[in-house]
Design a protein around this ligand. Structure first.
Ligand SMILES: Cc1ncc(COP(=O)(O)O)c(C=O)c1O
Length: 371
């Protein structure tokens, strides 16, 4: 029988053991992606409850069977408008959107050029399709251009990137990536999971920069305070995905409460278009406070604030120290981040008060004083 003891002890030896912890309401939360503080908003809860009363707790079938409800289609049309694309398609999660998209639009004749720090789901989809994958150095457009000029294929070529990198909080050089994708006849795919709702009046960084990729991926599970994922693109792409994306076709539609909450989140974002800017200003102040206590938050330029410590056990010790001071901020270690770059990842949300941010910075500062 397959046993796991040896694997687990290797993981432990490297200081990489992961443990589930139940969220505590008495902690100041800095690991949540609920950037706009919408997950507990009374209007989202009310919308979800109403949807459950109308449709039940599950649609109990895939969308192509009997699981398609008007809330799904309404949300898809709003997400297309938000991202400035023609159409959108919901998936069970952002992870399923990425794997479903890349698995269905690439083949073994194709090449994918992916930023080295892209989210795992973007790489997995290409691996499933057996497309050739080249990972260029993080945000290094010269390295990407070297690949583009030297790696050709029989089929199509794709440049794939996160817009806002989830563990560093920095932004991809999207304008340059768009220019390269045109010059080298590639398709640009951008994952806006952490940027939707925050940048570009909620529409994401492509919208903010005026960049028009072949496809945008997003999640409902971060700033939109709900659950699920989506792909936005031209109508032909979306029709193709409906007919080919296995994670869409062979999976149950999102439960009614999820699109209902996300629709309400989009209403709120539209009625308060400055909330993303407010969050980014708070985050800039927070980064300043942390920097002044001697920690680096580089290269963050967003609500995601990494505090790098390097060694895995050091990151865990820092996280535990924060926990003893009622701050929840998880240690991030390989393989989520490259070896030797373990860190605490703090995310600022609109649920934080200035006092919360001052407190967290002061605890970090006291630790640095002790080193
Ligand atoms: C960049 C990126 N893409 C996709 C995902 C997956 O989204 P979801 O949580 O909806 O599966 C994440 C989530 O952590 C992410 O950080």
């Amino acid at each position: 029988m397959r046993t796991y003891r040896r694997d687990l002890s290797r993981i432990a030896k490297e200081g990489l053991t992961r443990r589930l912890k139940v969220r505590r309401s008495d902690m100041l939360e800095f690991s949540s992606n609920d950037y706009l503080g919408l997950a507990g908003h009374p209007l989202l809860k009310e919308a979800s409850i109403r949807a459950i009363e109308m449709y039940g707790s599950s649609v109990a079938a895939s969308r192509l069977m009997s699981g398609n409800i008007s809330l799904h289609e309404e949300l898809e049309s709003d997400l297309a408008r938000l991202t400035g694309m023609e159409s959108a398609l919901l998936f069970g999660s952002g992870f399923l959107a990425n794997t479903g998209l890349l698995y269905s639009i690439t083949s073994s004749d194709d090449l994918v050029f992916a930023d080295k720090l892209n989210h795992a789901s973007l790489v997995d989809g290409a691996l499933l399709s057996r497309a050739g994958v080249f990972r260029y150095r993080h945000c290094d457009t010269d390295h990407l251009e070297y690949f583009l000029a030297n790696r050709t294929c029989r089929g199509n070529r794709f440049i794939v990137t996160d817009s806002l990198f989830s563990m560093d909080g920095d932004i991809a050089p999207l304008r340059k990536l768009e220019e390269l994708s045109m010059r080298y006849d590639c398709n640009l795919i951008v994952d806006e999971a952490h940027a939707i709702g925050v940048f570009g009046n909620g529409g994401g960084i492509c919208r903010e920069y005026g960049v028009r990729p072949h496809a945008v991926i997003g999640t409902l599970s971060k700033a939109l305070g709900s659950y699920g994922g989506f792909v936005a693109g031209n109508t032909e792409l979306i029709q193709y995905l409906i007919n080919s994306a296995r994670t869409f076709i062979y999976s149950t539609g999102l439960p009614p409460a999820a699109p209902a909450a996300a629709l309400k989140a989009l209403d709120l974002i539209e009625s308060q278009p400055d909330s993303g800017k407010k969050l980014l200003n708070m985050a800039a102040d927070f980064r300043g406070m942390i920097e002044s206590s001697g920690f680096s938050t580089s290269p963050s330029e967003s609500q995601i604030v990494p505090v790098r410590v390097g060694e895995n056990r050091k990151a865990v010790a820092l996280s535990e120290h924060l926990e003893r001071n009622c701050i929840s901020a998880v240690a991030i270690r390989p393989p989520t981040v490259p070896a030797g770059t373990a860190r605490i990842r703090l995310s600022v949300t609109l649920s934080h008060s200035r006092k919360d941010l001052n407190y967290a910075a002061s605890i970090l500062s006291s630790i640095n004083g002790d080193r």
